[in-house]
Design a binder for this molecule. Structure first.
Ligand SMILES: NC(=O)c1ccc[n+]([C@@H]2O[C@H](COP(=O)([O-])OP(=O)(O)OC[C@H]3O[C@@H](n4cnc5c(N)ncnc54)[C@H](OP(=O)(O)O)[C@@H]3O)[C@@H](O)[C@H]2O)c1
Length: 392
């Protein structure tokens, strides 16, 4: 497997992440997860990612990799206390969070320390300078940014010199190709792609009508709703056809597509079984032929075009209709509207992130207050989308 080396860090083309340990994708067998991490190391994976916000994943990862700590590039994140919580990137919060992560990981240094979510109150120059001081103190070896709006990514790349930008990127969630990869290219910064199998969607394991376990974020994840899901299933079917042609699996073709994107140095996967890990690693040392990449690009362009139209129709139907009296359904619909607002460029991520925080908070309230808050958000977004103008 190829490794990307820079600033003393060695990042394998396929990385393994620990988000699944938080329960986001349902309950996982932790003994098997530990085997995945050890086996990944045996097979040449050097990039292991976690976050302070993934439950006890830092402790878990730290304890499993203890025997081969110095062989790996250990990445974690700062700036999110928990689901829906507001990010705090003040110098004090970053330093305190770093010390806590070091303790939980059971290590003296973090290889890659990343901003998880943006804190709009924090000045980028101050965050960068805090990271640089942690570097000088030997607590971290490099820093990077993760789930940030594109403008903020650009600012970090201009003000400082991040090692990497982490972003969601798969053949079913392609926004980063347009928004973030060009920034990485301009600033010569490595891109690390996450959710490269589209949280399992592109592996063929998830079919129409799939029912997720309670608590699985995919039950409200926009990728698994409405036309996005329909389009994702078509993409999965297309990858399956290519897979058959090349004697690969759909997951391998999907990961190879991610690795074919300029600037991407690592496809970060989240398997919780050795079987899935080994399958995903089969995407390396092989490339999708250029003809197939060209065909795929034309096909995905068509999907983008179709999606842009269908999503607008869907969003306007949600905004102009009555919100469901079932708070969970109302939440899923409003989450869909918010994400779509960004993809169709009606609102920027900077504007949407606090709205998403408010939506998460409304979901936790009692039913009637929560629904009231969601209706207010619906009203606000109706004005932003100007659906009546679209019908003309
Ligand atoms: N910076 C951020 O904000 C952010 C956000 C999300 C993720 N990440 C990082 O990126 C890592 C990877 O993201 P992810 O976990 O969403 O990646 P992912 O691999 O696209 O999604 C994981 C899901 O896909 C399934 N899966 C993976 N490989 C499979 C295969 N070959 N066959 C069938 N199912 C397969 C897993 O099922 P099984 O459990 O059954 O294997 C799991 O349900 C995370 O763990 C985290 O470290 C960062």
């Amino acid at each position: 497997m190829h490794h990307y080396e820079r600033d003393g860090l060695r990042v394998s083309q396929i990385g393994v992440g620990c988000y699944g340990l938080s329960g986001a994708y349902g309950a996982k067998d932790r003994a098997e997860f530990a085997r995945v991490l050890r086996h990944a190391h045996d097979l040449g994976v050097t990039f292991f990612d976690t976050a302070s916000a993934y439950g006890d994943a830092e402790e878990f990862l730290g304890s499993v990799i203890r025997d081969f700590r110095d062989d790996v590039c250990l990445a974690t994140k700062v700036g999110l206390a928990g689901q829906g919580a507001i990010s705090d990137l003040s110098p004090e919060a970053i330093r305190a969070s770093c010390d806590l992560s070091l303790r939980r990981l059971g290590t003296d240094y973090i290889d890659l320390y990343q901003v998880h979510y943006d804190d709009p109150r924090a000045a980028v120059a101050e965050v960068v300078s805090t990271f640089e001081s942690l570097k000088a103190a030997g607590k971290i070896r490099a820093w990077g940014v993760s789930h940030l709006p594109p403008d903020r990514v650009r600012e970090y790349c201009t003000v400082g010199r991040p090692f990497s930008v982490m972003m969601e990127l798969s053949a079913a969630a392609r926004d980063a190709v347009r928004t973030r990869l060009p920034i990485c290219k301009n600033h010569d910064v490595a891109a690390i792609a996450f959710s490269v199998t589209a949280r399992g969607l592109l592996t063929g394991a998830i079919k129409r009508g799939h029912v997720f376990e309670p608590g699985d974020i995919r039950s409200y994840d926009p990728l698994f709703q409405r036309e996005q899901f329909e389009s994702g299933l078509r993409v999965a079917a297309r990858l399956a056809t290519l897979a058959e042609r090349h004697r690969k699996t759909p997951a391998q073709v999907g990961i190879a597509w991610v690795l074919s994107q300029p600037q991407v140095v690592c496809a970060l996967t989240g398997p919780s079984t050795v079987l899935h890990l080994e399958e995903n690693l089969g995407a390396t040392d092989w490339r999708l032929p250029q003809d197939d990449l060209d065909d795929l690009r034309a096909f995905l362009d068509g999907e983008d075009h179709w999606l842009a139209q269908e999503q607008l129709k869907s969003v306007c139907a949600i905004l102009e209709g009555e919100l469901s009296s079932d708070i969970e359904k109302a939440f899923v619909d409003m989450a869909y509207v918010l994400e779509t607002a960004v993809t169709v460029s009606v609102l920027t991520e900077e504007v949407v992130v606090p709205m998403f925080g408010a939506l998460m908070a409304a979901r936790k309230k009692d039913r009637s207050t929560g629904l009231e808050d969601m209706r207010r958000l619906q009203q606000q977004l109706r004005e932003e989308f100007n659906c009546s103008g679209l019908h003309k």
